[in-house]
Design a protein around this ligand. Structure first.
Ligand SMILES: [Zn+2]
Length: 428
């Protein structure tokens, strides 16, 4: 007995509206989909209206209604005479053919992909700064390596060029990375637009990765974004912001030209990764800065630390303060921190912490402020027994100055191009 296939047209591209998934359609108000349905029918009858095409086969589709428990729900449906090989065709009960279905899966993605790329170009062209755009065209690099075929490349006057790439469900992580790095080197902003984002289910890893690169922002070109683009005559996107639990907030409409473009050239509307992380660290650190500012009698404990630990903490925070040009010395009356460090090393107070201090200096911009004599003192007065990264002092400082001492956080921040200048030994 043949199993009855339940095929639906999962997505269509509607003229002037853009891509609409079966899910989008069902989420619309009755008036919204009703008006679209009317216009599709009008057009079919030779009047003004809208053309809607199946994303798999590009044949025209209309909106029919199907009643479930007495409620009419809209669905896309192929017109008679459409391609019977379309995997979403519902005309007759053909046997599923896995190979053909897979082939169509590929075709559907490439058709859809091209239509979306063209749509981005069309919307970008509404902007008065528009100069030109290309779709899928080779661009040679300015540097000595391979060029790329950006999905959509746009040039705007006063804004410069930018590139839009579509993230399909199967885009490989290595490909994403290669493109990100390429455009970063070329100095061209790169925006990834996600297709098939379903906030009701767990996100595929490839989406999670791209969202992270965009600092917790997921960009989608849905019908609301297409309508807003036409209204504002510039490229507008729907932006979902990542919440602390990893789920996504309801989308906001954001203009492309209002996005922040960091050094990594991957734009974002609101930083949902770095900003909150750094703010949390600042909150942990703040009481210690306050305690240090009021620590006048250096023979008294700083908070509840013993004297060597108190001085270590004061010295470490002084090194960090020096990187900001404030030059505040919390540990002694010396006018510069090199003199302070040399004194506490030669008197052996900080000698068990030579390795730790060396690590802080190496991982901060202070490396250029610290005098050569300090490096001599770190070596000469180094105790044989050193605090290690498992010692309580090291653990405490790693918690308070993770930008300098937590290798995982440093990697993350460097990857996002968000390592603060003070914790970057190579920054100017
Ligand atoms: Zn079709």
């Amino acid at each position: 007995m043949g199993r009855k296939l339940q095929r639906i047209v999962e997505a269509a591209i509607i003229e002037r509206i853009g891509p609409v998934t079966a899910q989008d359609l069902m989420a619309m108000s009755d008036d919204s989909w009703g008006l679209i349905r009317d216009q599709i029918t009008d057009r079919r009858n030779g009047k003004d209206g809208l053309v809607a095409r199946c994303l798999a086969c590009e044949c025209e589709v209309y909106i029919r209604t199907s009643k479930t428990r007495g409620i009419a729900r809209p669905l896309f449906q192929h017109y008679n005479g459409s391609d019977p090989d379309c995997p979403w065709f519902q005309g007759r009960n053909i046997k599923p053919d896995a190979a053909r279905a897979a082939q169509y899966q590929g075709k559907q993605e490439s058709n859809f992909h091209r239509l979306m790329c063209e749509l981005v170009g069309e919307l970008a062209a509404l902007d008065s700064r528009y100069i030109k755009h290309t779709v899928g065209q080779y661009r040679s690099p300015t540097e000595n390596e391979h060029g790329r075929y950006p999905d959509t490349y746009v040039e705007w006057d006063d804004f410069g060029p930018f590139v839009v790439e579509f993230q399909m469900s199967g885009t490989f992580q290595t490909e994403i990375s290669a493109r990100c790095k390429h455009y970063e080197r070329e100095g061209i902003p790169l925006l990834w637009i996600l297709f098939g984002l379903d906030t009701a289910t767990a996100l595929p890893q490839s989406f999670i990765d791209v969202i992270r690169r965009h600092r917790g922002n997921a960009f989608v070109l849905d019908q609301a974004a297409v309508a807003a683009s036409r209204e504002q005559k510039t490229l507008v996107l729907s932006c979902y912001l990542r919440k602390p639990d990893g789920r996504l907030d309801a989308p906001k409409l954001v203009r492309f030209d209002a996005l922040t473009v960091p050094r990594s050239k991957i734009p974002y509307h609101e930083d949902r990764i770095v900003g909150s992380r750094l703010a949390e660290i600042e909150k942990v650190r703040r009481p210690w800065f306050n305690a240090l500012a009021q620590w006048e009698d250096r023979y008294k404990p700083l908070r509840d630390l013993a004297r060597p630990q108190s001085l270590l903490l004061a010295a470490a925070f002084s090194i960090v303060a020096a990187t900001n040009g404030k030059g505040r010395n919390y540990a002694s009356e010396h006018s510069n921190i090199s003199a302070m460090l040399n004194t506490y090393l030669s008197t052996k107070v900080l000698s068990p912490y030579s390795d730790l201090l060396k690590q802080i200096i190496e991982n901060t911009r202070s490396s250029s402020i610290i005098k050569a004599s300090v490096h001599d003192h770190l070596r000469r007065y180094r105790d044989a027994i050193q605090a290690t990264n498992e010692s309580p002092e090291w653990i405490l400082l790693r918690k308070l100055l993770p930008e300098a001492l937590d290798p995982v956080l440093r990697e993350e921040l460097a990857y996002l191009d968000a390592l603060p200048d003070w914790a970057n030994p190579t920054s100017e």
